[in-house]
Design a protein around this ligand. Sequence first.
Ligand code: ATP
Ligand code: MG
Length: 885
Amino acid sequence: MVQVNYMTSNEIRESFLKFFESKGHKITPSASLVPSDPSILLTIAGMVPFKPIFLGQVKSSLIRATTSQKCIRTNDIENVGKTARHHTFFEMLGNFSFGDYFKEDAIKWAWEFFTEVIGFPEEKLWVSIFKDDDESHDIWHNLIGLPEKRIVRLGEEDNFWKVGPTGPCGPCSEIYIDLGEEKASKEGGGVGVDGDRYLELWNLVFMQYNREEDGSLTPLPKQNIDTGLGLERIASVLQNAETDFETDLFLPIIKYVAQNAGIKYKEDKQKDLALKVIADHIRALVFMISDGIVPSNEGRGYVLRMLLRRAFRYGKVINYNQPFLYEVAPVVINLMKEVYPEIYKEENRIYQVILTEEKRFQETLNIGIQILDNIVEGLKQKSKDKLSGRDAFKLYDTYGFPFELTRDILEEDGFGIEEDDFKNEMKIQKERSRKSWVKTKMSGKDDKINQKLYQDILKDKGETEFTGYDFLEAKSKVIAITKEDKLVDEAKAGDKCKIFLEKTPFYAEKGGQIGDKGVIVSPSKNNLLIEILDTQTPTEGLITHIAEISKGNIKVDDEVLARVDLSRRKAIARNHTATHLLHRVLRDVLGNHVKQSGSAVNNHHLRFDFNHFAPLTIDELEKIENLVNEKILDELKVETKISTFDKAKEMGAMALFGEKYGEQVRVVKIGEFSLELCGGTHLNSTSNIGLFKILNEEGIGSGIRRIEAVSGESAFKYIKEKENIINEVSDKLQTIPSEIPLKINLLIEDAKNMKREIITIRHKLAHYEVGRLISKKKEIKGINIISVKVKAADNNDLRNWGDLIKDKIKSGIVVLGTELDNGKVALLVMVTNDLVQKGYNAGNIIKAIVPIVGGNGGGKKTMAQAGGTRIDKLEQALEKVYEIV
Ligand code: ATP
Ligand code: MG
């Protein structure tokens, strides 16, 4: 045990942030668990939201920041509840320097915080450093005075941080606390090995180098500091808790669950594990859902679903057989709401999402478990120790068993899974259901090759000035031209090229809004015409015009006139402003949980994706459409202004795609109705939208809905088209439009009557036909065989024919074939009972002949039916019967 003064987790968090504030850091609220960087699934560390600043992708006035960041890690999931220190959701305290202070201050302050603020006994603290990082060694040893023996050098695996094979990287130094002999694990070992005795608390990352293509390290122009200190772990030390689970962050949850289950914590190892896992996962669920994640079979939604189902299954271990997690959510919310108010705001939805998903899984869990039990029996019998990936996949696909869950259950019986196999099955399914909705911006590969080219242009010529918010025309100098991805000095008629201007009114595709089209001409003469087909941002700050030269030629340094296609731009603006109205209205009609998860706006239509748990009703859709049109008629003024992110958020602006720490943001305000961060181009007044019409609403993945709509001219066209269809129909029906439904009902009634009549007539006809068919009977070995083609409407009709013939001949084999209306073949075989006893079998006969018509099927001994596709082979199949018998 380490001698310390007790601190609550709130006190620890608070004192950490305050301490670094006193060292000039800006306390920045935790970013969402959904990173703004689309390439990262979830926020796994405090540095994630700052990644663009670290990598120099955005400009920011932040120099020093400190956060308590919500994190999710799934790579530690197997350890949860088994080790004292691993969680899926945890809070990472961190301090960050963006090109400001470096190693010495980072180490000094970490030491000061631990020994002076928190009061850890110095002699219990150990550190690890990267084996070649003598600089860190000297700071720890000479400056801090840490004895040589408590500074451990570790290899690249443990103490060298990187984002990828190239790019920023650097050594780390970790701080451990020695929890004493009694915690030592059986295997023993020291810092970096025995995680039970030497508990890793804090990782200090020194972003020092850039790894070049050739593998060499060059010092970064701006060196950064990124640190991460696990709150749950430090709380466990300061609260003298045996593991993290006995701290004030977990114990209230565990106690609540145990009490409801009628058990006591610390009486049964198996049950304790279940309690720990449930307490861990419910925290993750609450925070993930409040950040807008909904259960699905992919990406973040899958992680959420997996955690929920895993927790639900552990519920069975402590005798829960019905939904219970939703009742635990409020405990978590109460515990954490002061620090993270967003979870409180989303309370109802969190509750609803969890309950819905629990109910959904409850239905399949028991069947799945039974099936898994059978599979395990089978494995035992065959003395196998691993479940095939295919079986695991089936459990996943049919019964909603996440891989991790199947693994847990099997592990309890000492079995494993063919993991690679499973992944392969998943991959195949993904390909199948791949439905890409995000227009892929230029080819990714192309982008990478050209990045250097664009970076060079940017470095040489600076950023493109965008003037298109206020102007649709601009005189500008040509600063670069590229053709086939190479810089050229000029381009002439017939050439396809990319043109870079000093300034441009052309909007480059961004934030879901399509790029502008238009022309580039000469400001004075009539000898140049360049068509601009698209506008893009190949790298932050640079705008490229994708061009085709129709007339004349263009050189670098030429003065040109860039002119945006006005009516197209206007149509885009109508859809974009309409999208903002729609977003706001959706929140009003469906609830504040609605968050944009994607949008696309062009001159033809708009598309808006958002999270919502159920399909919209016709009433809701009508209400939404009406409200948007109301706001159009209200002639609301659309204004934009530049503000800071914090201010915009304070004003209640709807921010999308998680937070960004880029300093300046643009806010689009529509009357007093809508406020949104947005860089797009808009109308001046909503009245210009004219008309808003929803075309379609659908689900595009669990919990995500999509609305497609049109506005302005497209909306008018859409209505006109519908009107034309109605006119055409009423013409055909020889009635006025308002009478169409009535007329159609009459027609349907008529058709039904006719069908009934046809069936009766067919039946009558059949009686006459039967005689003729029986005359075609052949006798082989004393058995009556009738194998003929008939005209039947469907399988039922065919069976009627069969019954009629069988009744007449008393004993025999009847084989009938027919061509159905859909161009397919249906076959029927009937064998009378006396012949069945002699060993004839309708099922076998059909199996022998149906392949001839390209089908398969079977049936009972007395009657069998099957279908095929080859009409041309029907006769042949019927002939074959005689041979078989
Ligand atoms: P470990 O080796 O113990 O898994 P790590 O090396 O993966 O830790 P880092 O990636 O360096 O940890 O993260 C910084 C800090 O965040 C750690 O020192 C620890 O305090 C905390 N941390 C990391 N992973 C978890 C987790 N799964 N649960 C709780 N805290 C964690
Ligand atoms: Mg780890």
